[in-house]
Design a protein. Structure first.
Length: 188
């Protein structure tokens, strides 16, 4: 599958975006700064969060995947051992390791443009291993193709999660698909 095209730039969340987020994750957003990517259905599927939450807690996950359908499909990839295989390839493929390190630097640069978190690593296991595909996919969707090679690979393995229409109803209301809430990438 091709990567859904990113928005031209992060956009401020609307009231409808916040309602969709609440339906997607089952709670209000924390540290929400912007919508970093929209699903082809029009709903947010990646949000940009502040590097520090409202209470001062560091939160190094800049890009947070919100779509329950995408998150569920990514969870299946993780359960199937894709992270382990990618980590093994990082150890044996210097070109891939170099590209992944560049993705790590891109992630840190983008996060530091918002607020520098000294002493906090990147996210998702970057730059030496793969710890969370949700984070890598969110980075790839927000930054666009060609920035995070393993995020791009994971996206290529996913089904078209948007094909059945929006994962949540417009505005506040019932979930459109009854899908599980994502829960393996921190707590935006």
């Amino acid at each position: 599958m091709d990567t859904p095209p990113p928005s031209t730039a992060p956009t401020p969340p609307t009231a409808e975006d916040i309602a969709a987020f609440k339906e997607q994750l089952g709670r209000p957003p924390r540290g929400l700064r912007a919508i970093a990517h929209r699903c082809p259905c029009g709903r947010p599927d990646v949000v940009e969060t502040a590097p520090r939450l409202e209470d001062g807690t560091p939160f190094p996950t800049l890009y947070y995947l919100t779509c329950p359908r995408a998150a569920s499909a990514i969870g299946t990839l993780e359960a199937d051992g894709v992270m382990r295989e990618m980590t093994e390839r990082l150890q044996s493929d210097p070109g891939l390791a170099e590209a992944y390190r560049a993705a790590h630097e891109d992630y840190l640069r983008r996060r530091d443009e918002v607020e520098e978190l000294k002493g906090f690593p990147s996210a998702g296991g970057m730059p030496d291993r793969v710890k969370c595909l949700h984070v890598l996919v969110a980075h790839s969707l927000a930054a666009g193709p060609g920035v995070n090679p393993l995020g791009d690979e994971a996206i290529a393995l996913l089904p078209e999660w948007w094909a059945k229409g929006p994962c949540v109803a417009a505005g506040a209301g019932d979930r459109a698909d009854g899908g599980a809430h994502p829960g393996t990438q921190g707590a935006a």
